[in-house]
Design a protein around this ligand. Structure first.
Ligand SMILES: NC(=O)c1ccc[n+]([C@@H]2O[C@H](COP(=O)([O-])OP(=O)(O)OC[C@H]3O[C@@H](n4cnc5c(N)ncnc54)[C@H](O)[C@@H]3O)[C@@H](O)[C@H]2O)c1
Length: 254
C-alpha cells in the first residue's frame, strides 16, 4: 500500500525539496496536502499535478503560527482525511552577515519557523496518526549545518541541530504507535534556498563533485515513507554528496 490513498502533509511544498517531495508522493498515489506561505508557488504545484490526475490541495499557512497549523490540519482532515505522512521541509535561511544572534528579531524568527514550525506540525500530525491507529511516517529536514559550522548562520545551525534531537526523541516516543521519525541532513541542494552556488572549491572536495537535486532528496523521502522502511527510525541521514565523510579532506587526483 505505501502512501497510495493515504494523506501526506508536506510543508515548504511551494518550492525546492518540499515541492519535489509533493510531486514524488502524489505520483505514488498519496493525497497531498501542500502547506506553504507562498500562494503563487502552491498554485503552480496544484496546476502541475491537476494535469496528472493526482490529488493535491494547497493550504496557505505559516508553520510558525501554532493556531494556523491546527486550523490547517483540521481542514486537511475534513478535506482529505487524517495524516499518514508528515514531510516537514519548510524553513528559512536568511542571508547571514556575521551572526543572526546580533539581531534578536531575526534570531527568533529563524527558531520560530525552522524549529517551532516543525514542532507545531509534528504535534498536529501525530495526534491524527495516533487517532487513526495505522502508524505513520514523519520526515524532518536538518542540514549539514547541524554538525558543521556555517559562519554567519548560528541560529540556523542551532535550530537544525535541535531538529536532529527532536527527531530522535519523537522516534522513541512514537515507536509504540508504529510511527517512524527520520531526519534528512542535506548538503548543498540546488533549490532557491541555496542561492548563489557555493565556491567551486566546495565541489572540489566533495566526492559527488556537484550539488544534489531536489528529486534526489524526494526519492529518499519516498523510501522513508514506504512500507519497507519500518525498521528505520530515529536516524539522521546525510544526503550531502559525501561532504560529511571527507570532513575537509582534499580529493585526490584520479
Ligand atoms: N537547499 C539546500 O542547500 C539545503 C541544505 C541543507 C538543508 N536544507 C533544508 O531543506 C529544507 C527544504 O529547503 P529547500 O532547499 O527546498 O528551500 P526552498 O527555499 O526552495 O523551500 C523552502 C520553502 O519553505 C517555505 N516556507 C518558508 N517559511 C515558511 C513558513 N513560515 N511557513 C510555511 N512555509 C514556509 C518557503 O516559502 C519555501 O517554499 C529546509 O528545511 C532547508 O533548511 C536545504
Amino acid at each position: 500500500m505505501g502512501v497510495s490513498g493515504r494523506v501526506a502533509v508536506v510543508t515548504g511544498a511551494a518550492s525546492g525539496q518540499g515541492r519535489a517531495t509533493s510531486l514524488q508522493l502524489a505520483g505514488e498515489g498519496a493525497l497531498v496536502a501542500a502547506l506553504d506561505v507562498d500562494t503563487v508557488g502552491l498554485a503552480g504545484l496544484v496546476d502541475e499535478l491537476s494535469d496528472t490526475g493526482a490529488r493535491c490541495r494547497a493550504y496557505q499557512v505559516d508553520v510558525s503560527d501554532s493556531e494556523a497549523v491546527l486550523r490547517a490540519f483540521a481542514e486537511i482532515e475534513a478535506d482529505l482525511g487524517r495524516a499518514y505522512v508528515l514531510a516537514a521541509a519548510a524553513a528559512i535561511y536568511p542571508p547571514g552577515t556575521l551572526s543572526h544572534l546580533r539581531d534578536p528579531e531575526q534570531t527568533a524568527r529563524i527558531f520560530d519557523v525552522n524549529l517551532m514550525g516543525v514542532v507545531h506540525c509534528a504535534s498536529a500530525a501525530t495526534s491524527q496518526m495516533i487517532e487513526e491507529g495505522h502508524g505513520g511516517r514523519i520526515v524532518l529536514w536538518s542540514s549539514i549545518g547541524a554538525g558543521a559550522a556555517i559562519a554567519g548562520h548560528a541560529a540556523y545551525c542551532a535550530g537544525k541541530a535541535a531538529i536532529e534531537g527532536l527527531g530522535r526523541a519523537l522516534a522513541a516516543e512514537l515507536g509504540p504507535y508504529g510511527i517512524t521519525v527520520n531526519t534528512i541532513a542535506p548538503g548543498a541542494i540546488d533549490t532557491p534556498m541555496l542561492g548563489t552556488p557555493p565556491d567551486p572549491a566546495y565541489f572540489e572536495v566533495l566526492p559527488a563533485g556537484r550539488a544534489g537535486t531536489p528529486e534526489e532528496v524526494a526519492h529518499l523521502v519516498s523510501y522513508l515513507c514506504s512500507d519497507s522502511s519500518g525498521f528505520m527510525t530515529g536516524a539522521v541521514l546525510a544526503l550531502d554528496g559525501g561532504l560529511s565523510g571527507v570532513n575537509g579532506a582534499v580529493r585526490p587526483e584520479v
